[in-house]
Design a protein around this ligand. Structure first.
Ligand SMILES: [Zn+2]
Length: 293
């Protein structure tokens, strides 16, 4: 595995905002760093698809432990998936019955997207959540750049989701979600039907990175599991902040569209969002790296 400087240009510009001024022409971590040292957490470039799979599965297991660490869990509810880099008609999904804080690479279930076959190079001793498979399959199929998806019934996300309102642009960090998160109002109970997954994929659309599922929880996607898990944590904390702010009932200053877009453009591309999770990954690794097994 090696790293190299890369320039992300694939983030879509929000359609509505034609008047903003962009001060840099490219996105990526190079916009955030200055100094003689190399930027440490560049997105890796893999020699083989097998190497990429190994990396994604290890980081997926670490992401599960991160979810436990930030107390974003409610029993067995929630799931994570990655599209298999080797065979994109298959996905890897978290199992039911393993505590999120104990998850390992070898716990991940390798399954055909339509659920028709469990592959033997993954966990064959546990089952996957059928609602998770239904939703995530529709999301992975809906957009080429949805390689990872994360969904949990986290405390603050679930609380804010009650109002059916998107997050206000009230601080720099939440601008990462500027015009790229949405509210899904149609809570239809536990998702078992294929149509519900397709409705969620439609809601995700061509540009969204996150969905607030009303009366339910949060869902984020990414080009990498690192991006999706960072966005999940960010969204959960942003819901917490919005709830804190609302409690004061004082008038809010909302960041202008131009400033919000500028911040979004410079801090919300797949390379930076990958990098944002790496310090947390390294802490998890230093504490207990058994998730790699
Ligand atoms: Zn759910």
């Amino acid at each position: 595995m090696s790293t190299q400087t890369s320039t992300q240009t694939n983030a879509e510009k929000p359609q509505h905002s034609e008047t903003y001024q962009v001060f840099t022409n490219t996105q990526g971590v190079h916009n955030l760093a200055v100094g003689t040292g190399d930027y440490k957490h560049k997105k890796p470039v893999f020699k083989t698809k097998e190497e990429e799979r190994e990396h994604q599965l290890i980081h997926m297991a670490a992401a599960c432990r991160y979810i436990a660490k930030i107390n974003a869990i409610e029993g067995s509810a929630g799931h994570m998936t990655i599209k298999d880099p080797v065979d994109p008609s298959t996905i890897w999904i978290t199992p039911i019955g393993v505590h999120w804080s104990k998850m390992k690479k070898s716990d991940m279930i390798h399954i055909k997207e339509d659920g028709s076959e469990i592959l033997e190079d993954g966990n064959t001793t546990h089952s996957a959540n059928i609602a998770g498979l239904t939703i995530h399959t529709a999301l992975h199929q809906s957009r080429k750049n949805v390689n990872a998806a994360v969904h949990f019934h986290s405390i603050y996300g679930k609380a804010w989701s009650t109002f059916g309102r998107p997050l206000d642009m009230i601080n720099q960090d939440v601008c990462i979600l500027y015009k790229c998160h949405t509210v899904y109002e149609n809570f239809g109970g536990v998702v078992l039907e294929k149509e519900e997954g397709e409705r969620l994929a439609k809601q995700l659309g061509s540009n969204n990175k996150a969905i607030l599922l009303q009366n339910h929880g949060l869902l984020t996607v990414g080009e990498s599991i690192d991006e999706a898990i960072y966005l999940f944590g960010l969204m959960e904390r942003s819901c917490q902040i919005q709830l804190l702010v609302e409690q004061t009932q004082l008038p809010k200053k909302i960041i202008s569209d131009e400033e919000a877009y500028y911040t979004y453009y410079n801090t919300s591309d797949p390379e930076i969002l990958y990098a944002e999770f790496q310090p947390d990954y390294e802490v998890l690794e230093a504490e207990d790296d058994s998730f790699k097994n």
